[in-house]
Each structure stands twice: as structure tokens, then as C-alpha cells.
Design a protein around this ligand. Structure first.
Ligand code: NAD
Length: 468
């Protein structure tokens, strides 16, 4: 489904009109294309005193081919003049601002953030990246330190709303010991930085990500991190699932694409385009978990990645909702996932180092009129992530979910026009996301390098105002 307004607003006459009338101004987002460098310009790195991460971050970025520097007079001067930047100025602009706030031990120390970001705030290039690194508040050794670390969230969420032009801003809490972060934590930090700095995270902003010390392996090739992995994607015939199958295959995975028999033709088109395999199965059928388990055991032995993407809506206000609408939505979106997980885990069909990934929704966070059934199921997906992550940690299986906002698919094309237009614009990017945006976030969770990331729910919503 195309966003005609955004296309028009990005033409020369469109830009003029949008500016004159003060209309929403959706920027063209930098999205990942194979062969792209991680960043289109340099990253500026700063740190508060006692920070434990800046050195490691510098090494990671330099190793990934990013030009890293401390903020200097030149980059500060690149701050946008009143008339707007010229092309020459634009190319010198920093593409990312990264600040290690992990050492801030009380609220007065937060001033270091102002000192770093204030002179640079207007210097960032289009689709810029802001990342603040912190210590998880629950790991701080004093209430004052925990208070200061929790305060970081207000800064990053506000920058996401303020900087504009496709800038994203995230807070990444990194677990550390007295000796600094563990080696595995640094691998997961690298995986996360590569995701957040690249165009893969174009529609992810205002998020808080937690990285722990779970086992993580750096891939031989960061361009194909899923090489040799087997991934199951449910609901893969179209929309987000179809795009996800393509992205996981692009990253090197062998993809088992599952959908209902009625979507068989669409499913075959997806599978043929990526050299994957199709499983036609209704997830709600009583024998679905066992049939799926048999397929996995016979063909692959075990799975590395399971993405529960299949989902449906059957909207009605609660007083008018028949029981069938409630039951089918809860069963497809939540209960069938639990049944499948149980059988796959009981039969040891998910390898150590496995990745379980759910697809929630901002409706599961904020609630939505007419969607009590859907929002209940999607909040349940978040509950599943939180409950299962500690249970599966000893097996080195991570459990995470994405929560998409307004994504341009058939599901959202059915929304009445005024509501649809509001959903598209009510976020920091002033536009809907694309299925590939959700797929890229899932691929990041799926990476063998992301083993320290578990129990996270990351919204892919352009920092939607809903449930913010
Ligand atoms: P979609 O309707 O385009 O695709 C969903 C797929 O799931 C379809 O191919 C469908 O056949 C399949 N499916 C449905 N019931 C099934 C069953 N019983 N067994 C097997 N397959 C089944 O939807 P989409 O927009 O691509 O959404 C994908 C996921 O993302 C869903 O879980 C949805 O709730 C979630 N989501 C979407 C948006 C959005 O804006 N599009 C926002 C938030 C969350």
C-alpha cells in the first residue's frame, strides 16, 4: 500500500507546500541496501567520567569501518545555519552521536549529556543516529546511580521526537561487572550497534534495549550472519512474514515458510524467490504442533530460529463481539504459539543458541478501541517473552519480540481512511513503516551475535505516540 502523501511531500513542489502550510513532513528514511557502509558519515563518540563502554565501542566501530572521532570544533561548526545546509556542509555532518553514560553516578552528572549533545544537536545529518549507553538501573550500586541511569530514557525519547529528519534515538543498557562488560556482552553490543547505526533500524526509535551476558558468537561474515541457520517463519505468505522470509534468507538462513493451505500460491511464490521450503498448515489445527515437529525432525533435525509472525484481527467493540471473534484471535495470535513452543521445546527441536521471536503490536502496549481481543493476545505475546526468557536462558535460547506500529500491509490497508492517515502520521517519522523494517529488527534478534539480548520487546513504530 503506497503512501501517496509521503511521495508527494518528497518532491520539490511538495516540499514547498508542506513547509508553507506547516503540514507533516515525512522524511525519506535511510534504509539498508546490500553493500551499504554502516554509516554514511563519521560517528562522534563522547563519554561521562568513569564510563566503561566508550573504549570498547570505539574498537567495535573502527573494526566495522566507521570513522570515529571525539566532537571537535569542526563538527560543532557544521551545526545547521539558519538558511539550511549546503551540499558540501551536509557531507561533513556526523552521521551518529554516541554517548557512554554508563559511569554517571548521580543526577548532577547528567549535565555531561547536555554538554555533549547541546553543541552537536543541530549538526547531525539526515537519518542520523543517536545512541546513549547506560548501566541497567537494577545493577547500580546506589539509589542515586539507579536514578541517574533511569533518567537517560527521558533524554533519548525526547531527542527522538525533537531532532527530526529521520533521526532515531535509542538507549542501550549494557550489563557490566566490576571488570567491565563480559566478552559475550560485547559481541551482543556489536550486533546491536550494527543494527542501530545501519539503515536496518530506519523505523525504530525511542527504544530502550537491554544487553546481558548470554552466550553470543560473532559471525564469520556480518553480511550473512545467519549462514547455516534454519529458521521457521509462520504467516510467511504475505505482508511482514513474506518480507521476513526474504530478509532471513538474504542474511544466509534456510527458511521454512509456513502459512494456511488457502494461501498456498502466495506461499510458493515467496519460497521460490528465496529457495526456501513451504509448509502448508493451519496453526490452530489440533495436530499442527506435532506435524510441524515431525517436519523439522525429519528434514533438519533441529531449528535455530522460530518466528511466530502469523496473526489476525477480528475487530469489534467488546459489547458487540461474538465469542468466535475472541476465540480465533486469541488462538491464532497466542495460544497456538504456546502449544507449538511446548512441543518443539519438549522434543528438543530448538538448538542451544536458538532464538524464539514473537510479533506483538503497539495495540498490545497501548490498547485500542475495537481490539480488546487483539490487544489481549498481543499483550500476551509480551507476557510470553518476559516469562519464557529466564526459563530458557539455561538452554541458551533467547526470547524476544517486536511490537510493530503502523506498517503498510493488507492488514492496515483495511483500516478506515481517516484512522489510517492518523496512524501513519502520529509518530516521529510522520509515515508508516514498511514490512522490511519489522523484518530487519527480527533478523537482529535472530543473529548468533545477539545471544545477550533476551526478554526484550522492541517497538518498530517510528516512535508512535500511541502507548509512548
Ligand atoms: P497479514 O494479514 O498480511 O499476514 C498474516 C499472515 O498470517 C497471512 O499470510 C495469513 O494467512 C497467516 N495466518 C493467519 N492465520 C494463520 C493460521 N491459523 N495458520 C497459519 N498462518 C496463518 O498481516 P501482517 O500485517 O503481515 O502482520 C504480521 C504480524 O504482524 C501479525 O502478527 C500482526 O498482528 C502483526 N502486526 C502487524 C501490524 C501492521 O501494521 N501490519 C502492526 C502490528 C502488528
Amino acid at each position: 500500500m503506497s503512501d501517496r502523501y509521503a511521495s508527494f511531500a518528497n518532491t520539490a513542489p511538495g516540499r514547498t507546500l508542506v513547509k508553507r502550510l506547516g503540514l507533516p513532513d515525512p522524511p525519506r528514511l535511510r534504509r539498508y541496501r546490500l553493500g551499504d557502509p554502516l554509516l554514511p558519515g563519521p560517528a562522534l563518540l563522547g563519554a561521562a567520567p568513569e564510563g566503561r563502554l566508550a573504549k570498547a565501542v570505539e574498537e567495535i566501530l573502527t573494526g566495522a569501518g566507521v570513522e570515529v572521532g571525539p566532537p571537535d570544533a569542526e563538527s560543532r561548526q557544521a551545526a545547521e545555519p539558519a538558511s539550511g545546509p549546503t551540499d558540501g556542509e551536509r557531507s561533513q555532518r556526523p552521521a551518529a552521536l554516541i554517548f557512554d553514560a554508563s559511569g554517571i553516578a548521580d543526577s548532577t552528572g547528567l549535565r555531561a549529556l547536555y554538554d555533549f549533545f547541546h553543541p552537536l544537536a543541530r549538526s547531525l545529518g539526515p537519518s542520523g543516529r543517536v545512541i546513549v549507553l547506560g548501566t541497567p538501573p537494577e545493577e547500580c550500586d546506589s539509589p542515586r546511580a539507579a536514578t541517574a541511569q533511569r533518567a537517560l530514557e527521558g533524554l533519548t525519547r525526547s531527542i527522538g521526537k525533537e531532532f527530526g529528519r529521520g533521526t532515531t534515538a535509542q538507549l542501550v543498557y549494557v550489563a557490566t561487572t566490576a571488570d567491565g562488560p563480559a566478552a559475550a556482552t560485547l559481541v551482543s553490543l556489536e550486533s546491536t550497534l550494527r543494527f542501530l547505526l545501519s539503515g536496518r533500524s530506519a523505523y525504530v526509535s525511542g527504544q530502550v534495549i537491554r544487553i546481558g551476558a548470554g552466550a553470543a558468537t560473532a559471525p564469520d561474515d556480518w553480511v550473512r550472519p545467519l549462514s547455516g541457520r534454519v529458521a521457521l517463519v509462520t504467516g510467511a505468505a504475505r505482508g511482514i512474514g513474506a518480507e521476513l522470509a526474504k530478509v532471513l534468507a538474504r542474511d544466509g538462513a534456510r527458511v521454512i515458510a509456513l502459512d494456511i493451505p488457502a494461501a498456498g500460491d502466495e506461499l510458493m511464490r515467496v519460497v521460490n524467490s528465496i529457495g526456501g521450503e513451504a509448509v502448508q498448515l493451519d496453526l490452530t489445527a489440533a495436530d499442527a504442533p506435532v506435524r510441524l515437529a515431525r517436519h523439522v525432525a525429519d528434514r533438519h533435525g533441529q531449528l535455530d530460529i522460530v518466528v511466530h509472525n502469523a496473526g489476525i484481527t477480528r475487530d469489534k467493540t467488546l459489547g458487540r463481539m461474538d465469542p468466535a471473534r475472541w476465540d480465533t484471535v486469541l488462538d491464532v495470535n497466542l495460544s497456538s504459539q504456546e502449544r507449538i513452543n511446548e512441543v518443539l521445546l519438549d522434543r528438543d527441536l530448538i538448538r542451544a543458541g536458538g532464538r524464539l521471536i514473537g510479533v506483538s503490536s503497539i495495540a498490545g502496549i497501548a490498547g485500542n478501541r475495537g481490539q480488546t481481543n487483539y490487544a489481549t493476545s498481543k499483550a500476551g505475546v509480551i507476557g510470553l517473552v518476559q516469562a519464557m526468557a529466564p526459563v530458557l536462558a539455561p538452554r541458551e535460547i533467547t526470547v524476544n519480540a517486536v511490537a510493530p506500529g503502523f506498517i503498510e500491509t493488507r492488514l492496515t490497508a483495511r483500516i478506515p481512511v481517516m484512522l489510517r492517515e492518523a496512524g501513519r502520521r502520529m509518530n516521529s517519522m510522520a509515515q508508516g513503516g514498511l514490512p522490511v523494517d519489522v523484518a530487519e529488527a527480527i533478523a537482529w534478534f535472530a543473529s548468533p551475535a545477539s545471544g545477550g539480548i533476551t526478554g526484550n520487546v522492541v517497538r518498530v513504530c517510528g516512535q508512535s505516540l500511541l502507548g509512548a
